[in-house]
Design a protein around this ligand. Structure first.
Ligand SMILES: Nc1ncnc2c1ncn2[C@@H]1O[C@H](COP(=O)(O)OP(=O)(O)OP(=O)(O)O)[C@@H](O)[C@H]1O
Length: 258
C-alpha cells in the first residue's frame, strides 16, 4: 500500500510543554483522514509539522514521499492547505481571487483558463464567477478558499476546520466536494469538531493531550468500543484519561441553572 503521510514517534515540545507526544500514523493515498481531538490537543501543531512549517523536536516522517526534516520546502510546494482563516481578497471577485492565487503558484498562462474552469466546476462555484467575495456567505467563501488551495493540483490536501461556522447546507456541499476530490485520488487530512463529518471519513485518528488515543475506520472504532456514537466514545476517552466528568459537568451546569 502506498502512503501519502507516514509519521513515526513525532514529538513537538515548546520549552517544557509537550504539545505533540510521540505520535505515529500512516494515511494511504486517496483516503480521507479525519484528525479529531478537543481544543488544544495538538492537531494544529501536528499539521504544522506535516506542512514543513514547524520542525519536530524528534521523530520522523514523510509527506508525499518527501522527508519532513530534509524536504520541508518541497512539501510546502506540493500540498494544498486551507484553514478557516484563509486570506481571500474580499474586494476582488471569485475569478480574480482564483487568478491572483494562480499567479502566486506560478501556474503558466496557457493552463490558466482550463485550470480555473476545472476549479469552478469542482468546487461548485460556477455561475457566480464575477461576484465580489466580500458579499458571499461563509459557505461560498470556504469553497472559493478550497478552490484557491487546489489550483496547483496538490496530491495531498490539508484542511484545518474548514467548515467551522458554516451552515449545514453549505457544509454538505463542501463535503460532497471533498468526496469528489478523494475519488480523484487526492488524499485529504481534515480536522473537524462535527461528528457527522467525522463519520464520513475513511479513517479517524483521535488525539488528546498530544497522544493518539485511537486510530481506525469508524466501524472499527465503534466495534472496539461497543458503541454506535463516535462522540460518546471520544468523550469516554477524555473522561478516562483526564478524570474530568464531561457528561456530569453538563448535568451539574444544568442543575445549577435550574
Ligand atoms: N508556539 C507555541 N508555543 C507554546 N505553546 C504552543 C505553541 N503552539 C501551540 N502551543 C500549545 O500546544 C497545545 C496544542 O495546540 P494546538 O494548536 O496544536 O491544538 P489544537 O488541537 O489544534 O487545538 P484547536 O482545536 O483549538 O485548534 C496547546 O496547549 C497550545 O497552547
Amino acid at each position: 500500500m502506498e502512503f501519502a503521510i507516514e509519521i513515526q514517534d513525532l514529538k513537538k515540545q515548546f520549552g517544557d510543554f509537550v504539545a505533540v507526544d510521540g505520535i505515529s500514523f500512516s494515511i494511504p493515498k486517496g483516503k480521507i483522514f479525519g484528525f479529531l481531538g478537543p481544543n488544544g490537543s495538538g492537531k494544529s501543531t501536528t499539521i504544522r509539522m506535516l506542512c514543513g512549517v514547524l520542525r519536530p523536536t524528534s521523530g520522523k516522517g514523510t509527506v508525499l514521499g518527501l522527508d519532513i526534516l530534509q524536504d520541508a520546502e518541497r512539501i510546502k510546494q506540493n500540498i494544498g492547505y486551507m484553514s478557516q482563516k484563509f486570506g481571500l481578497y474580499e474586494d476582488l471577485t471569485i475569478l480574480e481571487n482564483l487568478q491572483f492565487f494562480a499567479a502566486i503558484y506560478g501556474i503558466p498562462k496557457k493552463q490558466l483558463s482550463h485550470r480555473i474552469d476545472e476549479i469552478l466546476d469542482l468546487c461548485a462555484l460556477r455561475g457566480r464567477e464575477n461576484a465580489i467575495v466580500g458579499i458571499l456567505s461563509g459557505g461560498w467563501k470556504q469553497r472559493v478558499a478550497l478552490g484557491c488551495s487546489l489550483l496547483h493540483r496538490p496530491a495531498l490536501l490539508i484542511l484545518d476546520e474548514p467548515t467551522a461556522g458554516v451552515d449545514p447546507v453549505s457544509r454538505r456541499v463542501f463535503w460532497e466536494v471533498i468526496h469528489t476530490l478523494s475519488q480523484e485520488g487526492i488524499t485529504i487530512l481534515v480536522t473537524t469538531h462535527y461528528m457527522d463529518e467525522a463519520e464520513s471519513c475513511d479513517l479517524l485518528g483521535f488525539i488528546y493531550r498530544g497522544k493518539i488515543i485511537t486510530l481506525g475506520t469508524v466501524k472499527e472504532i465503534m466495534e472496539e468500543n461497543d458503541s454506535k456514537s463516535i462522540e460518546d466514545i471520544f468523550i469516554s476517552y477524555v473522561e478516562k484519561i483526564s478524570d474530568i466528568k464531561v457528561r456530569g459537568s453538563f448535568k451539574d451546569m444544568k442543575d445549577h441553572m435550574e
